[in-house]
Design a protein around this ligand. Structure first.
Ligand code: C2E
Ligand code: MG
Ligand code: MG
Length: 711
């Protein structure tokens, strides 16, 4: 076996192999398994292309479903196994490079279309078979009339041996004969259908034309008709059939009997319903999903005059922190609870709630009055989030930001509406969250979309659009500059300077954070070296660099860091890596190992934004950290004078606990001298904030440090 990683072609083959192994046992093909696999390979290729195509083409997936029937995979089990296989393996083997969530949604649509194509092809094939049987029956129609016709034997053989149900009735509707297959469909074992009357078999789901066609046929005005029809079985369950009824005439051409051919479609129908449900609902919360929502929005936007729509686009605030610190299972439960609450906000006709993915939900209202309704809807949603959610005995406060778009039908496409809602939601979030904002077309035009930023990110690194600002870290005891934190910025060609909050989450999502983070580390360490060379006063200046959770789990972290330090000629103890609290809580030993190795080498590890996660203080002992960075919110509460005594007590408690565990304490966001003094009294070691300096170019730090050393 070669250790080379597989190329896309190898993976495609693997998918075709798995597929053929799953389906081959239930096909009636005369091909061998490897031959059958060869037949599936081009189909697999088409699925793979449909998965990645920019625009989804349902016909392509339908054609693959139909091709299965042509390849003798006519057993419903073959379809079930195929769909299971696509569900489990298509994205895995053929989805390289795509966004998982999008690929999964696409795969669901492929499955749905395949099932539809399969069902249609099978129906056509069955119809062709039915036609052949009807022909035989017609050829033998004299038989039924004149008991001893020469072709009776042939007709009998067809009648009894057929896999589809056959029944014969007279023109008054009295059932004369039914075959075994038909009895089995009804779950009967004897001829108990004989003597029943056809017109009794009405069903609430009968299509309106069903009985008109029947009347025309028994009056001799039509030769056959074809409908989809449900029957009641004796146990009350529904039997769904494809029903073809033909008129049989006697030798003189007078109408005499009716011949019904029926195919049981109950299973297939259930499968289709299930597939439709799965393709249009979110597995976790049971809410309608993005696909379903788009269909509804499309309909609402295509509605007639005087119709309007209102849309609330909700994104939970700080969901990631909850997910990271309490684990995904807890995050999932939270989402389910939120979904339930949202559902109860939109119960009126014309209203719906859907989950778009992650912690993003939408609520839609339609009709003539949505201007007023959508505001009420948003208010109901905010209200529904108010009560804390109880998970594992913790009361979690959940807040959300909502972007509202409202307008007349017929002007915009669903994608435009959603983009506007997304931008508006983002505006609500940037304004601090826990609020709703109304879309503003002018702001939309200026807005920076997440999508636009995401696509520009990869080239930005190559083009050198990132730069780093440094913010000094000051010793609270003597006011000396001890080092600086490196904070990355993006000089975007259109939008100007963007802060890390705008693009770090996107870089994390796309994986670009790893090369970007490496670049930041490299630059900052080099900068530290330059400071050391120019300024060798009281001890070396240290450099603090932020690490994302994705970088933590990247296997190259330790080696990259060692290489970067060595190349720059900087000792490990001049480097401090900042990891957010939420990334480390619940981290297992494997995740901590690289950090531990770095700590053993002498690199300091700081727990950033401490106090914002839900960490267990006792857990600190387990982590390889040597510094706590108290979150800005603690400092903020000290802004007013006198500061809240409870907050002071908390900080005092944290500081003494940290010192007891041999951890140094840094505070962030110090904006006034009073705060600095207060924090010094409370025993904090170092501080960072606008009071000392805003983040700025590296030369600034040099000046500050020099002033500090000389003055
Ligand atoms: P952080 O590590 O907690 O960084 C401190 C943030 O507080 C910085 O925001 C800084 O500009 C801001 N700040 C400093 N002093 C004050 C103050 O006195 N008042 C107020 N209101 N704010 C102050 P910034 O630069 O926007 O960075 C935000 C976050 O982005 C950082 O939070 C860090 O988590 C992340 N980040 C920045 N650079 C990088 C990077 O290179 N890699 C990674 N993974 N994350 C980064
Ligand atoms: Mg930081
Ligand atoms: Mg911080």
């Amino acid at each position: 076996m070669s250790a080379e990683p597989d190329g896309p072609e190898d993976r495609l083959r693997r998918f075709a192999t798995i597929w053929s192994r799953a389906v081959f046992p239930v096909t009636s093909t005369s091909a061998t398994r490897p031959e059958f696999e060869q037949q599936l390979l081009p189909l697999a290729r088409r699925l793979s292309e449909a998965l990645k195509a920019r625009i989804f083409d349902a016909d392509e997936a339908k054609a693959v479903g139909a091709a299965l029937v042509a390849a003798h995979c006519t057993d419903p089990e073959a379809l079930t196994r195929t769909l299971d296989c696509v569900d489990a393996y298509l994205v895995l083997y053929c989805g390289e490079g795509g966004v998982q969530e999008d690929l999964r949604a696409r795969a669901a649509r492929i499955e749905h279309a395949m099932a539809a194509g399969f069902a249609k092809a099978l129906r056509e094939r069955t119809l062709a078979e039915q036609e052949a049987i009807a022909q035989a029956a017609l050829r033998a129609q004299g038989v039924v009339a004149q008991a001893l016709h020469a072709s009776e034997a042939r007709f009998r053989a067809v009648f009894e041996g057929a896999a589809i149900g056959i029944g014969i009735a007279d023109l008054d509707g009295n059932v004369l004969q039914v075959n075994g297959a038909l009895l089995r469909m009804f779950g009967l074992s004897d001829q108990s259908l004989r003597g029943r009357r056809v017109p009794e078999w009405t069903h609430p789901d009968d299509a309106p034309q069903t009985w008109r066609l029947y009347d025309e046929l028994v009056r001799g005005e039509r030769e056959h008709y074809h409908v989809e029809k449900a029957f009641y079985r004796p146990d009350g369950t529904a039997l769904w059939t494809n029903l073809t009824v033909s008129l049989l005439r006697d030798a003189d051409g007078n109408p005499q009997y009716q011949l019904a051919l029926m195919e049981d479609t109950t299973e297939r129908r259930l499968l289709n319903l299930r597939l439709r449900y799965e393709a249009t609902h979110d597995a976790l919360t049971g809410l309608p999903n993005r696909t379903f929502f788009f269909e509804r929005l499309e309909k609402a936007l295509g509605a007639g005059q005087d119709q309007r729509f209102g849309l609330c686009y909700l994104d939970l605030d700080g969901f990631k922190t909850i997910n990271d610190s309490l684990g995904h299972a807890a995050g999932d439960r939270l989402l389910v609870e939120i979904a339930d609450r949202l559902q109860s906000c939109a119960t009126a006709p014309g209203e719906m709630v859907a989950r778009l993915g992650g912690d993003e939900f939408v609520a839609l209202t339609t009709g003539p009055e949505t201007q007023r309704e959508v505001d009420e809807l948003a208010a109901r949603i905010m209200n529904a989030l108010l009560a804390p959610v109880s998970i594992d005995g913790r009361e979690l406060t959940v807040r959300g930001s909502i972007g509202i778009v409202e307008g007349p039908a017929g002007e915009r496409s669903p994608a435009e509406v959603l983009r506007s809602a997304d931008i508006t939601m983002y505006r609500a979030k940037s304004a601090g969250g826990n609020r709703y904002e109304l879309a503003d077309p002018e702001a939309d035009a200026r807005a920076i979309t997440r999508h636009g930023l995401t696509t520009a990110l990869p080239t930005a690194l190559d083009r050198g659009e990132f730069f780093i600002e440094y913010q000094p870290l000051v010793h609270l005891g003597d006011g000396s500059v001890r080092g600086a934190e490196a904070l990355v910025r993006w000089l975007h060609p259109q939008h100007g300077v963007l802060g890390p909050d705008r693009f770090i989450p996107l870089a994390e999502h796309t994986g670009l954070i790893v090369p970007l983070g490496r670049w930041v580390l490299e630059q900052s360490v080099r900068q530290a070296r330059a400071w050391q060379e120019r300024y060798d006063g009281a001890g070396p200046l240290r450099i603090n660099v932020n690490l994302s959770p994705c970088q933590l789990s990247h296997p190259g972290l330790v080696q990259d860091t060692v290489d970067i330090l060595e190349r720059a000629g900087v000792t490990p103890d001049a480097l401090c890596l900042e990891v957010t609290e939420s990334a480390l809580i619940g981290a297992d030993d494997d995740l901590l190992k690289p950090l531990r190795r770095l700590a053993e080498m002498g690199v300091d590890i700081a727990l950033d934004d401490f106090g914002t996660g839900y960490s267990n203080l006792a857990n600190l002992r387990r982590l390889p950290v040597s510094i706590l960075k108290l979150d800005r919110s603690f400092t903020q509460s000290m802004q007013q004078f006198p500061a809240d005594p409870v907050d002071l007590k908390i900080v005092e408690g944290i500081v003494s606990l940290a010192h007891g565990l041999n951890l140094a304490v840094t505070v962030e966001g110090v904006e006034t001298g009073a705060q600095a003094e207060q924090l010094r009294i409370l025993g904090c070691d170092t501080a960072q904030g606008w009071y000392y300096a805003r983040p700025g170019p590296p030369e600034r730090l040099h000046e500050l440090a020099l002033v500090d050393a000389t003055g």
